[in-house]
Ligand binder design. Structure first.
Ligand code: NAP
Ligand code: ZN
Length: 350
């Protein structure tokens, strides 16, 4: 079946309207009419080939929400009409220890929602900037938020799980001091989720203008990271810092804020490396520097249910398909509060 989509034919070309084909649903497949799709900074890194291996045409989008419009004969957990979501994963090997542990995100055979090898046309996956998608049942998530919030739920499928998973793994919660660096799509979700987990949350930003917002998002304190005196007040005090920044920067000023045995986890994935941190900053207090990749399917469902229970959604600005290129430019300037979400109905007119 042919559907309308929005994507790019080359790294130096703007995104434009195009037609793509979707397979007919197989026995284990769910077909989804996409209502909304969030714009993640990873979409921009991929479309502009800032990371290696982008295939063109590239249709990004892995923060997908919509309604089930068809199911295969063996599908048991979703039916036509259900509100569902699809995040960054549409398939995996299902046999390795990572898949068996529900951590498909770490499976070597993980198939990303876009730009991953697939037997479907054209040979790599095409994402959620499109009218419909067909996905195996196992990778389709249930949405329990009220339908009016559907657009603001979309960013949970990547920004939500990418922050929830490390916050859970490194035990953000009551009595723990947690930092979130960078208040963008990921960072603003990290603040909300860490707050709901009961942590004492400090937000770090380079944008003075976000100071007030960060408090409203749930930060107990806000630090403008360029201000040395503000940073110094928090020296050696954090249990955990989640770093979401999309550009290379000096990690040492943040590492020195960790207390003994504290960890800073990088989820931001800049195209070029951060300068290597000073060894003494790690060894003197037995600090750890770590990384984390999205989250598994079971944990993504847990995150969606946690957010529904705590009434957490993203702060969004809705855009039409023909505004995606402008949205990318604004995202690069940090000018988004705090996630662009595409109204996929606009694809029919794009
Ligand atoms: P975003 O909305 O653009 O937010 C990034 C934030 O980083 C900005 O709002 C800004 O916050 C801060 N920042 C500081 N200096 C910056 C600079 N020079 N350039 C850009 N940002 C700067 O991006 P996002 O969608 O949250 O994604 C953040 C990063 O995480 C991206 O690299 C993305 O590819 C990656 N990512 C990783 C995973 C994973 O699984 N690990 C999943 C999704 C995304 P302030 O204004 O507050 O300083
Ligand atoms: Zn993403």
């Amino acid at each position: 079946m042919q559907v309308q989509a929005y994507g790019a034919y080359a790294a130096d070309k703007a995104l434009e309207a195009l037609k793509i084909s979707r397979r007919a649903p197989g026995p284990h497949d769910v077909q989804i009419d996409i209502a909304f799709c969030g714009i993640c900074h990873s979409d921009l890194h991929t479309v502009r080939a800032e990371w290696a291996g982008t295939q063109f045409p590239c249709v990004p989008g892995h923060e997908i929400v919509g309604r089930v419009s068809a199911v295969g004969a063996h599908v048991a957990s979703h039916k036509v009409g259900d509100l569902v979501g699809v995040g960054c994963i549409v398939d995996s090997c299902k046999r390795c220890p990572d898949c068996e542990d529900g951590l498909e995100n770490y499976c070597d055979g993980m198939v990303g929602t876009y730009n991953s090898p697939t037997p479907d046309e054209p040979g790599w996956t095409l994402g959620g900037y499109s009218q419909k998608i067909v996905v195996r049942e196992r990778y389709v998530l249930r949405i329990r938020h009220p339908e009016e919030q559907l657009a603001a739920v979309a960013p949970l499928l990547c920004a939500g799980i990418t922050t929830y998973s490390p916050l859970r793994h490194w035990e953000a919660g009551l009595g723990r001091k947690v930092g979130v660096v960078g208040i963008g799509g990921l960072g603003h979700m990290g603040i909300k989720i860490a707050h709901a987990m009961g942590a004492n949350v400090v937000a770090f930003t380079t944008s003075e203008s976000k100071r007030k917002d960060a408090k409203a998002l749930g930060a107990h304190e806000v630090v403008v990271s360029r201000n040395r005196d503000e940073m110094a007040k928090h020296a050696k005090s954090f249990d955990f810092i989640l770093n979401t920044v999309a550009a290379p920067h000096n990690l040492d000023p943040f590492l020195s804020l960790l207390k003994r045995d504290g960890t800073m986890t990088l989820v931001g994935a800049p195209a070029t490396p951060h300068p290597s941190p000073g060894v003494f900053n790690l060894i003197m207090k037995r600090r750890s520097l770590a990384g984390s990749l999205i989250g598994g399917i079971r944990e993504t469902q847990e995150m969606l249910d946690f957010c529904a229970q705590h009434r957490i959604v993203a702060d969004i600005e809705m855009v039409r398909a023909d505004q995606i290129n402008a949205a990318y430019e604004r995202m690069l300037k940090g000018d988004v509060k705090y996630r662009f979400v595409i109204d996929n109905a606009s694809l029919a007119r794009a």
